[in-house]
Design a protein around this ligand. Sequence first.
Ligand code: ZN
Length: 416
Amino acid sequence: MPFIRNYGDGRQIWKIGKDLGPNVQTIFEQAGKGNFLSSINVIFRGSHFQTPKKFDTETTLKIIEEAYQKPEEFFSVKEVPKITVGYIPKTDDLMHHAGFDHPDYINEVLSCDEYIGSLLSTLKNIGYYEDTAICIVSDYGNYKAQNMYDLEPFFQKKGLIPYVPKKEVSDFDAAFGSIGFFNFRGDTWHHHPTIKQMRNFEPSGIGSKKLDLFETLWEIPGVKLMYYRDDNNTPDRGIIHLERRDKKTGKIMKGRIEYDVHGKNQKTKYTFDKEDLFGYENYKDVKELLDNKAHTIDEWLAATNQIDYPIFIDQLPRYFKNPRACDIMISIIGEYGFGYEHGKTVATYPYSHDIALKKSMTVPLIIGGSLEIPSFEIPYCKTTDIVPTLLNLLGIKPHWSVVGNTLLNYKREFTF
Ligand SMILES: [Zn+2]
């Protein structure tokens, strides 16, 4: 079990690159030699990280512009960056705190437009525009939770004590917008609990009773879906258990995802007892994949990209294979927002984007700039296709661990 970190803590988030370990490579590490720039990009390993004066849109994009104008101030070799990654944290921040319908949020999006425009005219002025590929991908879609609910009293009543580093007695850790990620104490905090341990859990609170944690979490208002891993899972093979509660009857439907991994290729099989948990049966293309056989990420993507729970059967095991993953995940699907993080209700705002509905999962992707980029539209792709596509434009083959494929090969299939 790796070291426990809270990436929600403003300082720890910068350690993600270190935590990723040597088995995966950032786009910079895959691109060989050259100048690489990160402008407020969180996973900056292998690049020059320029510490910003402010974490706003203008600063992110102006740093990039300056690196083209005066590369000698950023790098020991006076050359414009070969790859630059800019991340704009301010829009996400405003979406959560003010809302996607708030003027401040809308103004920040307009600010992106303004400073991308400024960057483009600088690239044109200094003669780099036609040699530069620019990829713009937005934050994912949003929703507004219908109700807000403070969970602190619920956990207190159950005698469940939140995890605090260095404190001896604690039972659970959770982050919970409208999706709840729960970790519980196993033999120690460095062991995941078994299903049996979670069914017979002894909370540390004074006078508390033994709990079946699965039953306990179903008591949280609005819970509709619950997922957890099987005890015997390995990174290459395992089962994720799926449960869905019918709102009217209270009946629980059960299903499972079985995954099997060879090298970087994962195949997943989705089965259910009586009823389909995700409404996939209503769609002919998806129904064909419910054939008691395992399927690849691209098969799931092709069949589910226009509906709720897109690519979900592939994605959920990828999450649970991570040793840092939670033990039980529950989803409210936006009916309630909890703003609960690591022992406290910290947020009272209903805006987020953590649910697996189509409206929250579809984002635009634009690649433009260099004349070498072929002009076409594709109906869908996955986020992991972006890095191989950009590396392809540089003539570089991605690291073996990269899951996605270059979009430039899609051209023949999807020319409009
Ligand atoms: Zn966010």
